[in-house]
Design a protein. Structure first.
Length: 380
């Protein structure tokens, strides 16, 4: 008689369990499990006992003794996570804005962050930004406090670990400058900064990759994008940590060389700062009569023009450094001139219309002898 199947049983309380032959320990302080890094049961039981003894006598987290939210945020931002410079700046701005609001409303420590206070912050933030931005701000704060809780700097407040808000799906594509508009922008941009914008628009680099570009990155008729050399804690990595090769035309290589020559000139400065480029791009758009666009729109314009020119999407995705082609598809934008396009007549419909017209002429009962002679030719 077959044995009845038993449902999956869960153990409660501290216990040992195996995963791929390695022993893990479950404790209330580590609900996701801690690897004991051993396959021997006796060694696992000994380490498990030491872990329980250490947890029973562990001191209270430093956050319970008065470590503030601002100090926790500063510790998280200054830690070497391996993020790019732009990611660190974005995380710093997001977590600082949330912490400032919480401190202004009386929550200086993680223990004082209540669900009611988080709801009030969401209601206040919803008046100026979208739900997408709110979810990103809350996720950044959650990652920050989880990192601090893992290092026993504080306790994770349950109010932060709430589910995200439901976001509205984007139904419209972003509009980027067309090749004609882009040529007008490059014509009106400052002469000394024109090579920088030409490189952004014709190679599809990010701003931080443009700043790191050097003479050694040009060989074999291509532009190479590599992570910065140096210690892992201080070097600036590429986004996604992927090295990529972008083959370009000789005219584009000349623009890259002009930019590198401008960058190496000590009289003009060795870096193209983002604010400097933003101001120059804003002034060029106003002078050319083109709606304002951003630096990253030049990267989207590069991807859009490449795909419309017949380059496969997989190749464009490799040039941009995307892991998924779905990310590249989101970069394919629209031109303002696309709204003036008229749908073409299908070939099948035009062929059917021609055949119907010929059949109507041949079988018309109202055809006169003169029309018949013109159609069939002179009578001999």
């Amino acid at each position: 008689m077959p044995r009845p199947a038993r449902g999956r049983q869960y153990q409660r309380g501290p216990h040992l369990y195996q995963r791929n032959g390695v022993w893990y320990a479950y404790t209330p302080s580590c609900p996701k499990g801690t690897s004991l890094r051993t396959r021997d049961r006796a060694a696992a039981e000994r380490l498990f006992g030491e872990l329980l003894a250490r947890g029973a006598t562990a001191p209270a987290p430093r956050g319970a003794r008065g470590l503030t939210l601002a100090e926790l945020a500063a510790a998280w931002v200054s830690a070497p996570h391996g993020y790019t410079r732009r990611t660190v700046e974005c995380h710093t701005e997001r977590v600082a804005s949330v912490v400032r609001w919480l401190v202004a409303h009386g929550a200086t420590t993680p223990a004082e962050v209540t669900p009611e206070l988080v709801d009030a912050w969401i209601a206040d933030r919803s008046t100026t930004v979208s739900r997408r931005t709110i979810n990103r701000d809350l996720r950044t704060l959650k990652v920050c406090l989880r990192w601090c809780a893992g290092r026993e700097l504080c306790t994770m407040p349950p109010a932060v670990a709430r589910p995200p808000l439901r976001e509205a799906r984007r139904t419209t594509r972003r509009v980027v400058p067309s090749p004609t508009e882009l040529a007008a922008i490059l014509e009106h941009v400052r002469a000394d900064l024109r090579p920088a914008f030409a490189v952004l628009a014709s190679v599809g680099l990010r701003h931080e990759e443009l700043r790191r570009l050097s003479v050694g990155d040009l060989h074999d008729g291509a532009v190479w994008v590599r992570p910065e050399l140096g210690p892992a804690a201080t070097a600036e990595p590429t986004k996604g940590y992927r090295e990529r090769k972008i083959p370009v035309a000789p005219a584009v290589l000349e623009q890259v060389k002009l930019f590198l020559a401008w960058k190496a000139d000590p009289k003009r400065g060795h870096l193209a700062h983002k604010n400097q480029l933003h101001r120059a791009l804003r002034a060029a758009c106003a002078a050319a009569g083109v709606p304002r666009c951003g630096l990253h729109d030049l990267r989207r314009a590069f991807a859009t023009e490449a795909v419309r020119g017949g380059v496969p999407l997989t190749v464009v995705s490799r040039w941009l450094g995307h892991r998924l082609t779905s990310t590249t598809e989101a970069y394919i934008a629209e031109y303002r001139s696309d709204g003036e396009r008229v749908a073409p007549v299908p070939l099948a419909l035009s062929a059917a219309a021609d055949s119907l017209q010929k059949a109507a002429v041949q079988t018309s009962p109202f055809e006169s002898p003169v029309q018949r002679n013109k159609r069939s030719g002179p009578v001999r």
